[in-house]
Design a protein around this ligand. Structure first.
Ligand code: ARG
Length: 589
């Protein structure tokens, strides 16, 4: 369905035309003077030149036309030529009632027949997830849901970091500990064991140990390098270990992502792209894109309009090895071949900006993607500690994701237990739900590109612009609806909203009527923070209405029904939005 803004604009266009003015002047926006009006149109100011008339004259003509219009309670011309609009209660309630009947709050499926791959994982196999991967997961998961809501066909790809020296390090370290294993016996011809020779905790210890060892021990470093090359050339024993590393790591990653309510449609990795590299490079050579620079093969990607230096994209090192950029290019070859996406969206640390500029330009020059395929890089900022530096543990190390989640849940648990009568078991369960909301909202409420300060106390507060505050509002609504249901013998809840009776009720209705517009904007602007901003406003408006209105005590049954419908609508809007942000509300808190 049309957004409310589109509907108002259409009515305004009609009025402009009826007065003999072009409809292009009838642009309507949200009021920036809420004390005076709800929507406004400044078109008369722009039209004045064209028609050689005073703006106020034009505005008055249009206002005149809008008298008794069913959409407006008030349409007034104001000096020097504004049109101040207030919606009629009947029209507004009618819009909301239709919106509630529509699927997805009447959000137009603008993305129908378009497909998007979102690359938002990037965890490195055999290394634990850390906070660096947290933002990618939180933002990417939300975008995946927002795109889907807007009709797009979305594939979320974890894009594992499963290629490179870390594999050789693990293989070499495993060999030094268990040289007797068949993987290292070149003459072995049987089936390799199906059980892995290590657990995830082993891997988490093996990798750092091997990595440290390689820094001190040149022979070991060389052996690890050779093992990497051997693996990449297809050595069967090493391939078998590699599959074990992948299986063990992926099982653990899935568990951790599930805790974050993050999931991926495909579990591909850098290693899957490797088979595409030789042909890709060959074609680039034939197209004359590659040239040699200090032994390496590079593609020039600078453009005349660049304001800073964009160095050539290195596609092959002098020793013939491929690099991060090579893998990302080959991944695009694979994605184009298998999925033919209309857009590929990367949600990665903004410090990788240059890398993606080089990769995107090379992909276009080499026609790896179709000219109309959109490549988007959403570079997110850093999560900092209170000291303004990248977030660390108290000991100064890299914070593991599961520890971070544990800390948040404990903080929420303490808050719940402070002053509530609730069983410990319930409190534990609920604090996980609220903890996730605190974490995700704390992240998503900031513009993704900006750095932000991770502050457990603030994020877990039940007041202010926080996840728990939003949940608290929703639980409050649920509780009123529950009481109403019980009192009315569990009949179905009334659905029809009625004309707003107070300014706080109208304010809430006005906000709710914008839900589909805001969700579409969050998608178009790749901006989940727009949703946070919006549900914070909705929650504030709801709480104001709630404090001013005796809902359950109301004796006029019709009045009460309208309010109950308004509460349901508020809950629906909030529930849809938090689902798009990737968290949910408990039944009580
Ligand atoms: N594994 C990389 C890292 O940890 C992130 C990968 C991001 N995605 C991509 N297609 N390059 O930094």
């Amino acid at each position: 369905m049309k957004t409310i803004l589109e509907q108002i604009t259409a009515a305004m266009e009609e009025a402009f035309e009826a007065c003999g003015y072009e409809s292009r002047f009838a642009k309507v926006s949200l009021s920036n003077r809420p004390d005076l009006c709800e929507y406004q149109c400044n078109g008369a100011l722009a039209a004045a030149k064209t028609y050689h008339k005073a703006p106020i004259q034009i505005a008055s003509d249009v206002a005149e036309k809008l008298q008794n219009h069913p959409m407006f309670l008030d349409a007034a011309a104001a000096a020097p030529g504004f049109l101040n609009l207030k919606l009629s209660g009947n029209y507004l309630a009618g819009y909301l009632n239709r919106m509630m009947q529509e699927e997805r709050l009447g959000c137009e499926p603008i993305g129908a027949d378009k497909s998007v791959i979102i690359d938002y994982g990037g965890p490195n196999v055999a290394k634990p997830l850390h906070v660096g991967h947290l933002r990618a997961a939180i933002i990417g998961e939300s975008l995946k849901r927002i795109y889907r809501y807007n009709g797009y066909q979305v594939i979320g790809d974890v894009h594992l970091g499963d290629w490179g020296l870390q594999m050789g390090l693990i293989i070499e370290e495993t060999r030094s500990r268990h040289p007797e294993l068949p993987y290292f016996d070149e003459a072995f011809t049987g089936d390799y064991p199906s059980d892995p020779p290590f657990t995830i905790s082993d891997l988490e210890e093996i990798y750092p140990t091997a990595s440290a060892k390689a820094k001190q021990d040149e022979t070991f470093a060389k052996a690890a390098h050779d093992a990497t090359v051997k693996l990449q050339k297809g050595n069967p024993g090493y391939q078998a270990i590699f599959r074990h590393i992948l299986a063990v790591s992926i099982a653990d990653l899935k568990k951790n992502y599930a805790r974050l309510k993050v999931d991926f449609d495909i579990w591909k990795g850098e290693s899957d792209a490797q088979p595409y590299i030789p042909d890709m490079i060959e074609k680039m050579k034939q197209d004359g894109l590659l040239y040699e620079s200090q032994g390496a093969l590079v593609v020039d990607v600078k453009e005349d309009t660049d304001t800073k230096e964009i160095p050539p994209c290195i596609v092959q090192k002098s020793d013939g090895a491929s690099l991060y950029a090579t893998t990302d290019l080959a991944t695009l070859v694979e994605r184009e071949k298998l999925y033919h996406p209309d857009e590929v969206l990367y949600v990665v640390d903004k410090r990788q900006d240059m890398h993606f500029t080089q990769v995107f330009r090379t992909a276009r020059k080499a026609s790896i993607i179709r000219p109309e395929t959109k490549l988007t890089f959403l570079g997110f900022g850093t999560m900092n500690g209170k000291d303004g530096k990248p977030f660390k543990t108290r000991e100064g190390g890299v914070m593991r994701l599961e520890h971070l989640i544990r800390d948040i849940n404990e903080a929420v648990y303490a808050r719940i237990m402070e002053n509530r009568e609730i069983s410990e078991e319930d409190a534990h369960e609920i604090s996980q739900i609220i903890g996730l909301a605190a974490l995700k909202y704390g992240d998503l409420s900031n513009q993704a590109t900006k750095d932000y300060v991770f502050d457990v106390d603030r994020f877990t507060s039940f007041e202010g612009n926080t996840g728990p505050y939003i949940l608290y509002t929703m639980v409050r609504i649920k509780s009123i609806l529950g009481k109403y249901r019980a009192a009315s013998g569990n009949a179905e809840l009334p659905k029809a909203l009625s004309d707003a009776k107070s300014s706080s009720e109208k304010e809430l209705q006005l906000l709710l009527s914008r839900a589909n517009d805001v969700i579409a904007a969050a998608c178009a602007e790749i901006a989940p923070h727009r949703l946070c901003q919006y549900i914070y406003e909705v929650s504030n408006a709801f709480n104001k209405f709630y404090h001013e209105t005796k809902i359950l005590g109301e004796e006029d049954g019709e009045k009460q029904k309208g309010w109950i419908a308004l509460l349901s609508a508020s809950l629906t809007v909030l529930a849809d939005c938090i689902d798009l942000l990737g968290f949910e509300a408990p039944e009580k808190m």
